[in-house]
Design a protein around this ligand. Sequence first.
Ligand SMILES: NC(=O)c1ccc[n+]([C@@H]2O[C@H](COP(=O)([O-])OP(=O)(O)OC[C@H]3O[C@@H](n4cnc5c(N)ncnc54)[C@H](OP(=O)(O)O)[C@@H]3O)[C@@H](O)[C@H]2O)c1
Length: 315
Amino acid sequence: MLKLGMGTAAIGRPHYINVRSIANNYTSLEEFKQEGLKVLDYAYDLGIRYFDTAPGYGIAEKMIINWLKERMHKDIEIATKWGYTYTANFEKSAEIHEVKEHSLHKLLEQWEESKHLLPYLTSYQIHSATLESGVLENTSVLGKLNFLKNELGLHIGLTSTGQNQLEVLKRAIDIDMEGKPLFDVFQITYNVMDQSLQKICLQLATENKRVIVKEALANGRVFRNKNYPIHSKLYDTLEELASKYSVGVDAIALRFCMDTINPYIVLSGASSTFQLSENRMSLQFTLTEYELALLRQFAVSPHNYWAERKLLLWN
Ligand SMILES: NC(=O)c1ccc[n+]([C@@H]2O[C@H](COP(=O)([O-])OP(=O)(O)OC[C@H]3O[C@@H](n4cnc5c(N)ncnc54)[C@H](OP(=O)(O)O)[C@@H]3O)[C@@H](O)[C@H]2O)c1
């Protein structure tokens, strides 16, 4: 399987927390949906076989269910999540874009829709698990996930976000159900700026756990941006490497993730076929040890990384 997977947040809802490269000018929801379908087909044509979605990504999950019914590709893997409800109604100015709820009620409700992804569905994840939400101690939730794992052979996972990702992962790794670890998939934020999970990801890979990288482009912050003078040396290095390999900065940033933590998949968050074709270039080369060492120098503390991330707006 290609190491590059397709994340569907950007094709499922027009507004997302990131630095936008271009403003989106959709005149209708139908136009937005058609563009998303084009991206899905293009991803498949490029050889991408891993697709990540969630009910919290607007129309994304439903779009994939219908797309699979139509295309009937047999060789695709889908990962979805539960725990967020999309509430923005495609309005950028919405006061609340999504609501998080990690209850058994929400799990059962969202599973009723997500189960239509079967038989392509291979991974079912808690969307943005935190210690505070108590989800990792909720025995009825964990019991239902274990039931799905045993009944359907699903990989059970979680996604993590924020400066205490490491603590969340450590807690999850320790959860056993009927004498076996419950979690097999860990979708984490890792990139050239936040490298704090490097060690634990390498350990997970040796235990045959799946590490899925999200936000490999730091929500667009890896591209040169005058608002972040603090990253100017990183921008110089990324651009030098991009020029050496005749690719974009995005391909270097994605490749950095592939070459440093042995992930199962690195997700592209592309919102267009153009971005996806650029992201796909990450598969055409590998970075040398010297280049990886250069890039490792640009790690910032999780505290600073997430403080900067918090200031990004819904765009
Ligand atoms: N579990 C979770 O809580 C969670 C959270 C975030 C993401 N995810 C998953 O991970 C996937 C990827 O993450 P992400 O989308 O948030 O972050 P990302 O990949 O770090 O960043 C996406 C950003 O990169 C830009 N971009 C991508 N390719 C580009 C190119 N070639 N040239 C210029 N700009 C480019 C996009 O631009 P535009 O702004 O112009 O579109 C967007 O701003 C998501 O689709 C989703 O499936 C999961």
